[in-house]
Ligand binder design. Structure first.
Ligand code: GLN
Length: 491
């Protein structure tokens, strides 16, 4: 019973719960049991909140029994939350030692929306420290393992959320995507993840990595589940100064429409610069097959060129560290979390000792790069130039979207690599973000949907679908059509 329940998708679970065929308490308990049974192997969760999740589930069951309208389309379906959104009833660590055991005095807007939607939060998921990384190996609490092969990385920074989905510990999850942290983990675990248009999901209570790039988003095992969650978490928030005051995009309707399998009239652009011989051959062949499928569904496929994408990585890895160096200054040993103080130290010594002990290597590396890039005499040459490139990338996108409705590429140039393989080579790690970064720099939206298993190693490959700002519904139409045509992915 419990094993079967954890295999169901969120849409099915919701309809069964709302019809009174399954209770939310039994569904939530089944997932808690599954976590207890298997998470020792995967390390997807940093905290599990059984009591709170069951209490939220019981409230949904009470409402169903009383004949009340469900609080949302997903009421009663439990979820795994990336440990970067604040929660008042469990710690928020961001995968960092510096925040070990820290409990926020307020809930993030996204957390409030989940609670109001009647979605029980099973717990908080593992991540690269402060969302910096592509493998979840930068977590201070040990790496997460890929359920497809536990000797391999689950992607990052949201590897915990993706692994929780892929190992049936949760039917829904939340991630954040600054440069690919929702899409790349989705790709390497054969799950679905969307980075919504920048500003459409509130950042209030999302611990900042790089504020001009960060965006929370939905993760699921199907495109429809991801769409249902997308509509729950999106919406204008006056507490986030960069929140977009626009209606929530009709992504659920688009996913349902797409599932009918007709893409006639749709124009798809294959980005020439995101299809390179340096990518893994099995990734390229899976991508080429996906493009065939889109053509069979009626889409018109053309090649487009975005010449400045070549500089996206260099631009991102200056802009992100610059914002990181300023955002992470708040961890000063005075206000949050850990404090190293032997009683004889000055305030400055306490701050330095705490930051030295509390931050991991990658976070320190980025703080140093960012501080250098922003320092006087270098600011124009590094940060200023990176911002110019950012504008050129946005212009490339604009030109491309004059010709096509969506763009496609592989999500990641490689399938999941072995744990440990790239930890000593930051640049090799950064290269896995090559295809995802441009979308963040432009503030647009993109999705990763499984495209199949690589012919060279049998591991998951993701298809990335990109669309302009506030056109998120296009991702879902194409994603759902592709998912239906592709069929299930079985190892
Ligand atoms: N892997 C990218 C980085 O390390 C993206 C991180 C993210 O999206 N949070 O910066």
């Amino acid at each position: 019973m419990s094993a079967d329940t954890t295999r169901l998708d969120a849409a099915t679970l919701a309809s069964k719960i709302h019809a009174g065929e399954l209770s939310s308490v039994e569904v939530t308990q089944a997932h808690l049991d599954r976590i207890a049974e298997v998470d020792g192997e995967y390390n997807a969760f940093l905290h599990v909140a059984s009591e709170q999740a069951l209490a939220a589930a019981a409230e949904v069951d009470r409402a169903v029994a009383a004949g009340e309208k469900p609080a949302s389309a997903l009421a009663g379906v439990p979820l795994a939350l990336k440990d970067v959104f604040t929660t008042t009833d469990m710690p928020t660590t961001c995968g960092s030692k510096i925040l070990e055991g820290w409990v926020s005095p307020y809930d993030a807007t996204l957390t409030v929306k989940l609670r109001e939607a009647g979605i029980p939060i099973l717990g908080k998921t593992n991540m690269d420290e402060f969302a910096m990384g592509s493998s979840t190996e930068n977590s201070a609490y040990g790496p997460t393992r890929n359920p497809w092969d536990t000797s391999r990385i689950p992607g990052g920074s949201g590897g915990g959320s993706a692994a929780a989905l892929a190992s049936y510990q949760a039917p829904l999850a939340i991630g954040t995507d600054t440069g690919g942290s929702i899409r790349q983990p989705a790709a390497v675990t054969a799950t679905v993840g969307t980075k919504p248009t920048y500003g459409t999901v509130s950042r209030y209570g999302l611990v900042a990595c790089a504020s001009s790039l960060d965006q929370g988003g939905p993760c699921g095992r199907t495109v429809l589940d991801t769409a249902l969650l997308h509509e729950v978490i999106a919406g204008h928030d006056p507490r986030d100064s960069t929140s977009v005051n626009a209606a929530v995009r009709p992504v659920v309707e688009a996913a349902r429409q797409g599932a009918a399998g007709d893409l006639t009239g749709l124009k798809v652009g294959v980005v020439k610069e995101l299809h390179s011989d340096s990518y893994q051959p099995g990734v390229l062949s899976s991508f080429d097959a996906a493009v065939e499928t889109l053509t069979k569904l009626g889409a018109e496929v053309v090649e487009v060129s975005c010449p400045h994408f070549e500089y996206a990585l260099a631009s991102y890895y200056l802009i992100l560290p610059s914002e990181v160096s300023s955002n992470l200054a708040r961890f000063d040993a005075m206000r949050y979390g850990m404090r190293v103080d032997d009683g004889t130290m000055s305030a400055e010594q306490v701050m330095a000792a705490t930051r030295a002990a509390g931050f991991g290597k990658e976070v320190k590396r980025r703080i140093m790069i960012g501080t250098y890039a922003l320092s006087s005499g270098y600011y124009e040459a590094y940060y200023g130039q990176a911002l110019k490139v950012r504008s050129l990338i946005a212009q490339d996108f604009d030109k491309a979207y004059e010709q096509v409705d969506v763009l496609v590429s592989p999500t990641s140039p490689f399938t999941p690599w072995k744990l440990g393989e790239k930890v000593d080579d930051p640049l090799a790690m950064y290269l896995s973000d090559l295809c995802t970064l441009p979308t963040n720099l432009a503030g647009h939206c993109a999705m990763s949907v499984p495209s199949g298993l690589s012919a060279d190693d049998g591991l998951p490959v993701g298809l990335q679908i990109m669309a302009p700002a506030l056109a998120d519904e296009r991702l879902y139409r194409v994603g759902a059509a592709f998912e239906a045509a592709r069929g299930p992915i079985v190892a």
